[in-house]
Design a protein around this ligand. Structure first.
Ligand SMILES: O=C(O)c1cccc(C(=O)CC[C@H]2O[C@@H](n3cnc4c(=O)[nH]cnc43)[C@H](O)[C@@H]2O)c1
Length: 216
């Protein structure tokens, strides 16, 4: 097994970095910090995948929830991804690249305009599987949030998820996007976030998953 574990920032997976060191799992797990955002993630992931040829990629991080039924600190597995803010606003409506005719909805690796993890059930176990949206700009606008929820059916928002799905699907590498809910989107009062608690639950699940995958 050659597992690639990636996160946008070190602080999101620091407990698991310690766990990997303590258990001397470095020979089986490579850790990559992609940086925040789709562009940095797509570049660093593509570069690492080319040199390492991993057998599996796990992306772990915090996320904002669009779905009120998801609890803060709940850990979810993201089944589908879409880039939410790539397009144009026309007559007060957002149009994405599919609506504009720049990409066909089933052009590989898209399936009906989504980047779908078809093998998620092999890895997600009992985790709830959700729909993700990735953005360049953290959402605060009510209309945009309503569009993500009602038109895209998105439940969680991150800034890197779609890059993982795109790169892994293009390269044919099994993958899992693991997210822990740190906040409800649109909430910019950091007192209402559960950042550290979300990181704690994320790392508990991540370590369980690693043990399952590498069997140590
Ligand atoms: O401003 C801060 O102090 C601060 C501290 C930690 C994290 C942040 C973020 O803004 C998080 C960006 C990071 O986490 C993901 N994330 C978390 N919540 C959301 C969200 O509501 N919408 C989009 N992304 C979110 C994201 O993937 C980034 O990697 C700020």
């Amino acid at each position: 097994m050659s597992l690639l574990l990636c996160a946008a920032t070190p602080f999101e997976i620091q407990p698991t970095i310690n766990f990997i060191k303590e258990r001397q799992l470095d020979s089986q797990i490579t850790v990559l910090f992609t940086g925040v955002g789709l562009m940095a993630s797509a570049y660093t992931l593509t570069k690492q995948v080319s040199s390492q040829q991993p057998t599996m990629i796990i992306q772990a991080g915090i996320a904002g929830s669009i779905d009120p039924n998801l609890a803060l600190t709940q850990v979810v597995a993201v089944k589908t991804e879409v880039v939410g803010d790539l397009g144009v606003v026309e007559q007060n409506s957002f149009r994405d690249l599919f609506s504009l005719g720049f990409i066909q909805k089933d052009l590989s690796p898209f399936q009906n305009a989504l980047l779908v993890n078809n093998n998620i059930s092999d890895f997600a176990g009992e985790l709830i599987q959700v729909a993700g949206v990735s953005v360049n700009e953290i959402s605060t606008d009510k209309n945009r949030i309503a569009y993500y929820q009602q038109m895209l059916g998105a439940q969680v928002e991150s800034m890197e998820g779609a890059a993982l799905h795109f790169v892994a699907l293009q390269e044919g590498i099994p993958f899992l996007q693991l997210r822990s809910i740190s906040n409800y989107i649109g909430e910019r009062n950091k007192q209402a976030w559960k950042l550290q608690e979300a990181i704690d639950t994320l790392n508990i699940k991540l370590q369980e998953l690693i043990i399952k995958q590498i069997g140590s």
